[in-house]
Design a protein around this ligand. Structure first.
Ligand code: NI
Length: 193
């Protein structure tokens, strides 16, 4: 009957996308800006949050679900960190206006490159202009871990990955692992493609 169908629709409100693995060329594309009338960013951002949470991630960029557009979401509330508490945002057509501060290293990982981590040096402060999910333009400064998560996701929409920053030696060490990931051979508890 009709009522049952409605219930089913309510339950299927959000879509969890498979996460694109290293090796897929979409991760190497410079993404295009989003035209407001062409993309329902409210729905897409909800789907991206659902997808990211299902994979226990704290950041997810549109190319990681196969969409070559300049958009990413972050949510650090699952981390046990004062700094990241309440850091849940949608970034659309972002532009890093300025990057400054002392570069610092951190062991990064990526949902598209499971099982691999590596030290990446990034500047500690950024100034970012972007639109939120309501198409309100913002200009904000971020520092520390918040800046780092944004820098990592921003790289994704530029077609860059954290492994690009690793030393030649480290890259040699992970070469075979990367090859296996690109063949879909990895052990993860979320959907991949
Ligand atoms: Ni990533």
């Amino acid at each position: 009957c009709f009522i049952n169908f409605t219930v089913i629709f309510e339950k299927k409100k959000y879509m969890i996308y498979p996460i694109i693995l290293y090796g897929n060329s979409v991760l190497r594309e410079k993404c295009k800006d989003i035209v407001p009338s062409k993309v329902d960013v409210k729905t897409l951002s909800e789907d991206m949050f659902e997808t990211m949470h299902s994979a226990d991630g704290i950041g997810l960029a549109a190319p990681q679900i196969g969409i070559s557009k300049r958009m990413f979401v972050v949510d650090g509330s699952s981390l046990d960190s004062e700094e990241m508490k309440g850091f849940k945002k949608v970034f659309i057509n972002p532009k890093i206006v300025d990057e400054s501060g002392e570069p610092w290293e951190f062991d990064e990982g990526c949902l598209s490159i499971p099982g691999i981590r590596g030290e990446v040096k990034r500047k500690s402060e950024i100034e970012l202009s972007y639109f939120d999910e309501n198409w309100i333009q913002k200009k904000e400064c971020f520092s520390g871990m918040q800046a780092r998560v944004i820098q990592h996701e921003y790289d994704h929409i530029e077609g860059k990955l954290f492994i690009d920053y690793l030393s030649a030696i480290k890259r040699k060490l992970i070469k075979n692992k990367l090859l296996e990931i690109s063949k879909g051979n990895c052990d993860v508890n979320y959907n991949v493609k």
